[in-house]
Structures are given as C-alpha cells and as structure tokens.
Design a protein around this ligand. Structure first.
Ligand code: T4K
Length: 393
C-alpha cells in the first residue's frame, strides 16, 4: 500500500489517523547492495573450510580497506568497540583520557572497561565535534590521551587536537566509526593521530554485519594490535603478548568486500536523500538540517536535524509524531554519555562543563535514509514537520 499523504493536523497519526507507513522506517537500515556478490563469496568461504582466524578473505578485506583509505595497515576486528579497546590498550593509554560526551557510549565505555577514566570535554555546537579549547580545560596531570570522534563523519578538529597532544605529550587517536569514506582537508580519514578506529556495524553506511578495524601508518602499533586481537599468539603454541579475541570472521569480511564494490552507489543515494531533505525542510521555522562541507567527502549517512526554540513543536513532540507514522527517528546521542551509567553517578556535576553538549542533545533528531529509504518519505516527513512546527497549521 502506498504511504498516505499528510495535509493537515487531522491527517497525523498522533491525532488518530492511520500511520503514513505500514512498515517502520528505521534509522540505520543496513545497506545490502551486492547480495549475489556476497552469497558467492560465502559459498567460497564454506568450500574453503576456513571460517575465521585471519583467513584469506579477511586478509583481502584488510588490503582493500588499506588501499581505499591510503593507509599502511588495516587491522580488521570483530566490531568497533573491541577495536577501540585494543587500540587504547596498544597505545598504552591509562589514567584519564579526554573524549566528547556527545558520541555513542562505546567511545566512553571502551576506556572505562579497561579501568581508564573518560573525561568529557564539551563540543563546538556548530560542528558537534570536540572544541579544542574545552579539551585544554580538561587536561590534568593524570591525562594520557585524547580520543577525537568524527561525529556524523564530519572530521574532528584534527590539527588542533594534534597540536594539543604534542604540546602536552598526550596520545591522540580517533573514533572514526562514522567516518568511513570521509575526508579531512582532502585526505581520507583513517590517516590521522596514532591510529583511527572504524565501525562496520550493520547500521553504518558501509557494513560487514558486525565488524570494525584499526587503521594506522605505524608498523609497530599494527603488529602489536594483530597480536592482541588473537590472544597474543605468534604462530602455534607461542603466546608473546597479552591479548583477547577481537578477530573478524570470514563471512563478515565477505560482506565487506561485496559492499565495498558498491559503496559509491550507497553514497550517491544518501547524497540525493540528504539534498532532498534539505530542500523539503528549508522553509520550516526552527528546523535546520546539518550540512556536509561540499569540499570534503562524506557518506551523507546521517541526516541530522536540529529543532530550535522558534519551532512550535518540541523535539520530543516531533519525534513522537514521527514514530506514530512509523518513521522511527532517533535522538542520537541524547542525553550524552555523561548522563548515562556509570558516568552519571560517578561524575554528577560533569554537565556543568558541557553546556553545548546539553544544548545540542536537546535539539537533535536523526532521520532515516539509505538505499531502501522510499523517495516519497521526504515529502511526508517535511509535511509533518511543517504542520507540527507551525502553530497556525
Ligand atoms: N563509536 C561510535 C561513534 C559509534 O557510533 C559506534 C557504534 C561505536 C563506536 C561502536 O562500534 P560497534 O562496536 O557498534 O561496531 C547502533 C549500533 O549498534 C552502533 O553500532 C552504532 N554506533 C550506533 C550509532 O547505533 P543502537 O543501540 O542505536 O542500535 P539499534 O539496535 O537500535 O539499531 C538501530 C536501528 O537500525 C534500529 O532502529 C533497527 C535498525 N536495524 C538494526 C540492525 C542491527 C536494522 O534494520 N537491521 C539490523 O540488522 O546502536
């Protein structure tokens, strides 16, 4: 059944009308673009009887990702969180590490899980990324590192953070979970700091179902992380390093190789959806769609809308109305890590240092996109926002 149109308040599902969509429209619907290519590779994996432990498909995947990003090493892992944990440990971070609160909670958890204190620094409200001045304010004698996050795939202030790290003798790495395919000053993200961590989770623009990787130009660091992801084994019976099980499996690498061949198609669809949203939401008071710098590459995977005070509806009312239509918009990453456990109890006053994080967290709505996103949905979402956002509609 085609989706219904929305022309007035009476057409809204929150007012009793039939929802616009019978099936839910998710944020983070996986992009599955090359089913045949994937199934063929899975057949080869099964025939080879080599399912995991640095198999040939993972090795090919690592070579292809490294070449794609122009970086020396890609160390593939089972997911982005384990990749973060391994990178943090391999770099020898300890004590306190500065991170944004405005990120997915895995950034903070990957530190806390290893007995390191995440110290939350505020963001620049325009970029949603770490504010270098706020980072400076959070440095103490216990600080050993900074983890910048390229939120929404838009680069963190790489040069400024590197300058702070150099000045204070801190390790710098990046959580690039959102930034596969993005650039900073024309260079692929993946080459900055000591290393960068990618997530290939099902909900990412480019996915391996579950998966992640650390990419780096540092030979010794890459070697250490290869050991760490496989219990520290160097050959049979020879454990030379502490380690865990962070290995990517062959089937996930097969998904990655199939998706890599079609990644440009995904970006093209996302760019088109993003442009359509921008145009359709342009004239609604109090509603703005976050931009991507046309001079940089970005997968346009996140359609991030901010709901300001001059919108007649609150952010939460808008989300409730969208959900009623089966449009499952998200509040990523509300309310900020500092408000989640255990950080909320451990640092009850952290919010005092995070005014911009709090502001942004109360404004953001993330809307669905991706290759299965129906063309008709943008107009329906815009119509709903126009009605909700205008007192007189
Ligand atoms: N750093 C940052 C900045 C990150 O954003 C992430 C992950 C990480 C680190 C850690 O990387 P990983 O360890 O995850 O590789 C989701 C993802 O689970 C998470 O990977 C992602 N960030 C985060 C932004 O989003 P949830 O809790 O919102 O997931 P969930 O289950 O609500 O799924 C999102 C939507 O996607 C749902 O509405 C349904 C849809 N969906 C999901 C899956 C898994 C599908 O349609 N099909 C699927 O297979 O965290």
């Amino acid at each position: 059944m085609p989706p219904r149109t929305i022309r007035s308040k009476a057409d809204l599902a929150i007012n009793g009308a039939v929802p616009a969509f019978t099936e839910p429209l998710h944020v983070g619907r996986p992009n599955i673009v090359n089913r045949e290519g994937f199934l063929q590779r899975v057949g080869q994996v099964l025939d080879s009887q080599w399912l995991t432990n640095n198999g040939p498909v993972v090795q090919e995947f690592e070579r292809r990702i490294a070449a794609y990003l122009g970086v020396k090493h890609c160390v593939a892992m089972c997911n982005g969180t384990i990749a973060l944990e391994i990178a943090i440990r391999a770099l020898g971070m300890e004590g306190e590490v500065i991170v944004p609160s405005w990120t997915f909670v895995a950034t903070a958890h990957s530190l806390y899980w290893q007995g390191i204190t995440p110290v939350f620094a505020d963001i620049d409200p325009a970029s949603h990324n770490l504010d270098p001045d706020a980072v400076r304010r959070m440095i103490t004698p216990r600080t050993t590192g900074i983890i910048g996050v390229h939120l929404w795939g838009r680069a963190a202030p790489v040069d400024e953070l590197q300058a702070i790290a150099d000045e204070h003798g801190l390790k710098l790495m990046f959580d690039a979970a959102h930034a596969f395919g993005s650039t900073y000053k024309g260079k692929s993200i993946g080459r900055f700091g000591a290393c960068e961590v990618l997530s290939f989770h099902a909900t990412k623009a480019f996915n391996t179902m579950e998966g992640g990787a650390v990419v780096t130009n540092d030979d010794a660091l890459a070697e250490k992380m290869r050991l760490m992801r496989n219990f520290g084994f160097k050959g049979y019976d020879n454990v030379i390093h502490p380690g865990t099980n962070g290995k990517m499996i062959e089937v996930c690498a097969a998904m990655g190789l199939a998706n890599l061949d079609s990644f440009d198609e995904v970006i093209a669809v996302n760019r088109r959806n993003h442009a359509a949203y921008k145009q359709a939401l342009a004239d609604i008071p109090g509603i703005s769609v976050l931009d991507y710098d046309p001079a940089e590459r970005n997968s346009h995977h996140y359609v991030v809308v901010e709901v300001g005070d001059d919108c007649a509806a609150s952010r939460d009312d808008l989300i409730a109305a969208l959900h009623a239509e089966n449009i499952l918009a998200r509040k990523y990453f509300w309310p900020g890590c500092h408000m989640m456990q255990p950080y909320r109890d451990l640092f009850p006053h952290a919010g005092l240092m995070l005014p911009h994080t709090r502001e942004v967290a109360d404004r953001v709505v993330v809307l669905p996109t991706g290759i299965t996103f129906p063309d008709s949905a943008v107009e329906i979402i815009a119509a709903l926002c126009r009605i909700m956002g205008n007192d007189n509609a």
